[in-house]
Design a protein around this ligand. Structure first.
Ligand code: ADP
Ligand code: TRP
Length: 322
């Protein structure tokens, strides 16, 4: 079984990225026979239009992933654009992609609904993502809930191609964990996202993290009133870091009532600080080792290209351009 995922270098990673996606990458590097993870700089180009910024974000993303526990001895880590075969496969897939399929995709649909003119890159974004997935014969794709639709597109395109030209691609499946499929934002909104300005970054200073936690929106019901933990976003965030016992004890506190949200926030801040203490140390060291990090990415790209060239040739032969 091969696991594969990509993450855009559009800024620093937040808790949603970590619990929704990155934590699964790390878990799967031990469980899967092979795992491939890449930094999706070609996708990021649809939003980041500053060359130096994109280069810096890409290196930062690699450092963050390594600091969080991605192990290059177990997983192949590389940069998307270092495998040009992907862009070639993207074209083959585009020639058989129905416009309607892409018109229904959220990223494009949402932008259009807001009256913003979208470019072709944003429209074709899911096809490039399908090429990313199919070119490595990927079986499982760990992502957050919001990417599910894109994995469906990849399956659809693989199915159409196989139907037209014979068995060529493996049909991929999304790998989504229910308890972290959608991490709530600090504003109580349903999704933590850079676009909503409601994030807590993984590598923000402990002091800033604490400040943001203390500002998490809560309701103004009286302290003594019993509360339902299941519908509370603060409880959801707490649960991401808590052990099953801690989670159960906190749920009981909610149901009994007689507690202030300040207490939950303080415990959350302590757990979060402990959770990221080691990665934080590792990150400080990795920051001074950018040449080694670049070497890891180059070695990863060489491995990824080998697999990509094999699958691209298979697809080219199947459809008659080779
Ligand atoms: P953002 O919405 O902040 O721009 P991205 O779209 O770059 O984040 O997401 C990168 C990865 O993190 C994807 O796999 C996505 O599904 C996951 N992810 C992002 N936000 C969340 C969230 N709030 N909960 C769960 N997963 C998330
Ligand atoms: N679109 C994904 C995101 O925004 C990033 C991505 C690009 C990706 N290619 C991929 C994820 C292939 C999984 C598989 O998060």
């Amino acid at each position: 079984m091969r696991a594969l995922s990509g993450i855009q270098p559009t800024g620093r990673f937040h808790w949603g990225n970590y619990f929704g996606a990155i934590r699964q990458y790390i878990e799967l590097q031990d469980k899967a026979d092979e795992s491939f993870y890449f930094i999706a700089n070609l996708h990021a180009l649809t939003t980041v239009r500053d060359a130096e910024q994109l280069r810096q974000n890409t290196l930062d993303a690699a450092i963050d992933l390594l600091a969080l526990g991605l192990n290059p001895k177990k997983a192949v880590l590389f940069v998307q654009s270092d495998v040009p075969e992907v862009s070639e496969l993207c074209w083959l897939l585009m020639t058989m992609t129905n416009m309607g399929l892409l018109e229904r995709c959220h990223a494009y649909k949402d932008k259009k609904a807001k009256g913003i003119t979208a470019d072709v890159g944003l429209f074709a974004y899911p096809v490039l993502m399908a090429a990313d997935i199919l070119i490595y014969d990927s079986d499982v794709v760990p992502v957050g809930e919001d990417q599910n639709q894109h994995i469906e597109v990849a399956r659809d395109l693989a199915g159409s191609f196989n139907h037209l030209f014979g068995e060529t691609f493996v049909l991929p499946k999304a790998y989504i964990l229910s308890d972290s499929a959608k991490v709530a934002g600090t504003d109580g909104g349903s999704k933590m996202s850079k676009s909503y300005g409601n994030t807590i970054d993984v590598f923000e200073s402990a002091k800033d993290v604490k400040k943001k936690i203390m500002r998490i929106t809560t309701d103004s019901r009286p302290v003594e009133e019993p509360k339902d933990p299941e519908t509370d976003h603060l409880f959801q965030l707490y649960s991401l870091f808590a052990s099953p016992e801690q989670k159960q004890a906190m749920a009981e506190t909610y149901r009994k009532g007689g507690f202030g949200y300040g207490l939950v926030k303080k415990e959350l801040a302590d757990l979060a600080e402990r959770h990221f203490a080691e990665p934080r140390e590792r990150r400080i060291k990795l920051e001074t080792q950018s040449d080694e990090v670049r070497d890891v990415l180059a070695a990863g790209a060489a491995k990824a290209r080998k697999k990509a060239a094999e699958v691209l040739l298979r697809a080219q032969t199947a459809c008659g351009v080779k």
